[in-house]
Design a protein around this ligand. Structure first.
Ligand SMILES: Cc1cc2nc3c(=O)[nH]c(=O)nc-3n(C[C@H](O)[C@H](O)[C@H](O)COP(=O)(O)OP(=O)(O)OC[C@H]3O[C@@H](n4cnc5c(N)ncnc54)[C@H](O)[C@@H]3O)c2cc1C
Length: 390
């Protein structure tokens, strides 16, 4: 359920282990509202490769294996690996969201999977013999297994457990865009992360003049709709004031961007119930992480691979779903926690900034190579060996 990242990948993985799958997506327009870009971490790239989906789905992206950290005064604080480089040379990939989603949809179609758009899941009925799914348009379907890959505001999650907690607002917005034609020099392969005085600015410039950027801005809780109503010119004015006086290309990149999009950042620290009688959660529906660790997409892809392996190797759907949850829950909850911690350090007060600029170079020197974050980027997943059974 849901044709974002986890949905099509799960459909492909389940097809590989013998299921006949359909992907139902709420939106009628496949390219609706797919603004901005994301970092597909190397562990997600690895999992796609194991499923045989790698290169084509990501071909519109560019390699981003390193991150350089800067203070708002222009001091280089250090640099760290953004993921690992695999034996075939692949790394974390930055890609426009709409290109990744389209790439995954194309891969699913190439595997013979039907994608039905304009099908907003509304209800689930559990009768002990599969799951009956009903849609907002009045239609319905039956399945042995329903995978809720319907994102952070998942409907499947509330149908599996009506008392599940709501997503947690992190207190920050992510505002971003892609600039073409700015006079900013290219630094292929690198993200630059700038701890500004009033807000955080990150960017990568794969080609001269082209800048993929985002800003994290503190803001009381708001909605996606309210943010969409703000408009690019108003964002330019607001962000221009926030980054005034900071070193780096923030102001120029922002001013040269045609379309600026903004999201309130939520996460889901712990979803107590992931599954019920043939329905199971996957990706953000089960464990949305804030973007600070750049892991949400990769975790959804890993989930898909593990779910399919468990269904392949464990007898019976319920025991297989239990094995999937047992294998995934500790890892994803650890990543959500880690990402929340990273996000919380982005805009400290004056003393925090002073301390950070002093201490961070030493801390970063310990994390300069990718082994320091092996737990994050090495999922240890394979496809051919048997799934862990619990
Ligand atoms: C501003 C921002 C920046 C981010 N940056 C990064 C990053 O750099 N790296 C990274 O890895 N992650 C990033 N993330 C997180 C990442 O986008 C998610 O973790 C990832 O998209 C999760 O994939 P998913 O398939 O679970 O959900 P989604 O990609 O959200 O897909 C869910 C799909 O389900 C559909 N849907 C919803 N409700 C229904 C319904 N009732 N019936 C049918 N379909 C439904 C939706 O329309 C959507 O297509 C970012 C998130 C935000 C908000």
């Amino acid at each position: 359920m849901g044709c974002g990242i986890g949905g099509p990948v799960a459909a492909i993985a389940l097809t590989k282990v013998g299921f006949s799958t359909v992907v139902y997506e709420a939106h009628l327009d496949p390219d609706h509202d797919r603004g901005s870009f994301l970092n597909t971490a190397s562990n997600g790239v690895d999992a796609l490769r194991l499923l045989g989906i790698g290169p084509r789905a990501l071909e519109a992206g560019f390699s981003t294996p390193r991150m350089v950290m800067w203070s708002g005064t222009g001091k280089r604080l250090g640099d760290v690996a953004n993921g690992r480089t695999s034996a075939d040379g692949s790394t974390s990939v930055t890609i426009e969201r709409r290109h990744l989603y389209r790439g995954l949809r194309d891969e699913a179609s190439a595997h013979g999977i039907r994608i039905a758009h304009g099908k907003k899941l509304d209800g689930l009925a559990f009768d002990g013999d599969g799951v009956c799914v009903s849609f907002a348009d009045g239609s319905s379907d039956r399945a042995d297994l329903v995978v809720g890959a319907d994102g952070i505001h998942s409907r499947v999650r509330t149908l599996i457990d009506p008392s599940c907690p709501a997503p947690r607002y992190t207190g920050q917005l992510s505002v971003g865009g892609i600039t073409r034609g700015a006079r900013i020099s290219a630094t292929p392969g690198e993200y630059h992360m700038i701890f500004g005085k009033r807000a955080f600015f990150g960017y990568s410039a794969p080609r001269a003049g082209e800048v993929y950027w985002f800003a994290n801005v503190a803001e009381p809780e708001t909605t996606r709709e309210a943010l969409a109503a703000v408009g690019s010119d108003a964002w330019k004015a607001r962000l221009g004031a926030l980054f005034e006086g900071d070193a780096g290309p923030a102001i120029e990149a922002i001013a040269a961007t045609e379309n600026i999009v903004a999201y309130p950042i939520f996460d889901m620290p712990r979803v107590p119930i992931w599954r019920r009688e043939g329905a199971v959660l996957l990706g953000d529906a089960a464990h949305a992480t804030s973007p600070s660790a750049g892991q949400g997409a990769a975790l959804a892809i890993e989930d898909a691979l593990v779910l399919a392996k468990c269904l392949r190797d464990v007898d019976g759907i319920e025991p297989a779903l239990a094995a999937y949850e047992a294998q995934r829950r500790p890892r994803v909850e650890k990543v959500v926690k880690y990402s929340a911690r990273v996000g919380g350090t982005k805009v400290p007060g004056p003393f925090g900034r002073w301390l950070r600029d002093l201490v961070m170079p030493y801390v970063l020197s310990r994390y300069a190579n990718s082994d320091a974050h092996a737990w994050l980027y090495d999922s240890g997943l394979g496809w051919d060996e048997r799934a862990e059974t619990g």
